[in-house]
Design a protein. Structure first.
Length: 95
């Protein structure tokens, strides 16, 4: 009887750990990507901002998202990429 009770307690303890909010990893949302990109831009880490924004435009190819991507690329000195993505932003904004 003691062994079964001990096993049950261990099971419940393990279950509570697995269900705790800190244990679970959640998928990164579009808002998370926007926030990460904004923070990276403010910190001057344009490469990190660009990476977050590339993932964002894959998920949500809007004029605003392409515009932000072009801004990060221009700030990083990647002018040809910035121009291409700015053109895409204009195209989507006028559609």
């Amino acid at each position: 009887m003691t062994s079964a009770r001990g096993t049950c307690i261990l099971f419940l303890l393990a279950l509570s750990v697995l269900l705790s909010p800190g244990y679970r990893t959640q998928a990164e949302t579009n808002d998370d990507l926007r926030q990460r990109a904004n923070q990276a831009m403010q910190a001057g880490d344009y490469a990190a901002a660009r990476q977050a924004l590339l993932r964002l435009v894959e998920r949500e190819p809007s004029a605003d998202n392409y515009n932000h991507l072009a801004t990060a690329e221009a700030a990083a000195g990647q002018v040809s990429l910035a121009i291409a993505h700015l053109q895409k932003s204009i195209q989507l904004g006028n559609g």
